[in-house]
Design a protein around this ligand. Structure first.
Ligand code: ATP
Ligand code: MG
Ligand code: FE
Length: 334
């Protein structure tokens, strides 16, 4: 079974061809980062326009690289939410147009189900059930993957997403956009215990997260240094901030795995490529007899291969969407 995956929820125009759910025949990503950098973040209007310019050539490139034609494609899987409405609409409209013109089955995919499914690509033995920590630019979810495409949310952030906190702190210390990878690199030169930033613990759900407190603490720290005319050490701030975030992510995830008596943990989303998170999670999992899974960095941030994988499992379970499929910017999970 061949799936054409399409992803345009934010600032990546992406298409991929997936064979039998796990094999990536092509994975084409056209990133708009250079454009949005100028503004310090994603500008929705610019994103939609760029998607329109790129979508056809990205799909053509994905088909060509996979050495298949549209006539061989069994289903088109497309992200229909959550994300920027104008950006999502480009992918959804394109998918519907191809579906109609070529009479190919259409499957709408939840972007986060895609991020989670990225773990199936290189870990052929991974099968549900398992625990998954999703850490991306807009989401921080701890969830139980009960079956392919079937999720139970155990905890989530009450305010900022982990990636969002990375990006905001990076901006505060002048690292530019996107900040996550830059904090990751700069942290290697800093002392993670130099500054004690707060770790939030949520009283009524111990698996929930909160990252606005640590972000504010970093901002306050920078302000107070400036007031006292003390020069800030950016690497120490980056490393200490990252340390605080990673500690909470690891603790919550490992406790959830144990309480729900799982033996597998997967991490997903852009922040899952963070070196410090991977290292700390690996150590904690080894200590607790948990098998850890994560995608390669290229499958952690937005891509269409993960959407194709998620669509495959929906497709074989009988999910089909009609031409009334619409973009849903605030699409809920499960
Ligand atoms: P969502 O998936 O929630 O809709 P998104 O698609 O914008 O949001 P992703 O593409 O999954 O998010 O991930 C992007 C985020 O990951 C950004 O916030 C970015 O800073 C962060 N990120 C990427 N690499 C790293 C890294 N090495 N360390 C920390 N954060 C990182
Ligand atoms: Mg992006
Ligand atoms: Fe994403």
């Amino acid at each position: 079974i061949l799936i054409l995956g399409i992803e345009t929820s934010c600032d990546e125009t992406a298409a991929a061809v997936i064979r039998n759910g796990r094999e990536v025949l092509s994975n084409v990503i056209s990133s708009q980062i250079e454009l949005h950098k100028l503004y310090g973040g994603v500008v929705p209007e610019i994103a939609s326009r760029k998607h329109i310019e790129k979508i056809n050539q990205v799909i053509e490139a994905a088909l060509k690289e996979a050495n298949v034609t549209l006539d061989e494609i069994d289903s088109i899987g497309v992200t229909y939410g959550p994300g920027l409405v104008g950006a999502l609409l480009v992918g959804v409209a394109e998918a519907k147009a191809i579906s109609y013109a070529k009479n190919i089955d259409l499957v709408g995919v939840h972007h986060i189900s895609g991020h989670i499914s990225a773990n199936y690509i290189e870990n052929l033995e991974l099968q549900p059930p398992f625990m998954c920590l999703v850490v991306s630019g807009g989401h921080t979810h701890l969830l139980l993957v009960k079956d392919y495409g079937k999720y139970e949310i155990i905890g989530m952030t009450r305010d900022d997403a982990a990636g969002e906190a990375f990006d905001k702190v990076a901006r505060a210390i002048g690292l530019g956009y996107p900040g996550g990878p830059k904090i990751d690199i700069l942290s290697k030169e800093g002392n993670p215990n130099a500054i004690k930033f707060p770790r939030a613990h949520i009283e009524d759900n111990k698996y929930d997260f909160s990252f606005s407190g640590v972000k504010s603490a970093v901002l306050n720290y920078i302000n107070s240094c400036q007031m006292k005319n003390i020069e800030i050490n950016k690497a120490d701030i980056a490393a200490s901030f990252q340390n605080a975030v990673v500690e909470v992510l690891v603790n919550n995830a490992v406790h959830a795995v144990e309480e729900y008596q799982m033996d597998k943990l997967a991490i997903a989303g852009g922040v899952a490529s963070n070196t410090s998170l991977r290292k700390a999670m690996k150590l904690a999992c080894e200590e607790n007899g948990i098998k850890l899974y994560h995608p390669s960095p290229i499958f952690c941030t937005d891509n269409a291969a993960m959407i194709g994988v998620a669509a495959y499992y929906e497709y074989i379970n009988g999910t089909r969407h009609g031409l009334d499929l619409n973009a849903v910017p605030n699409l809920k999970f499960t």
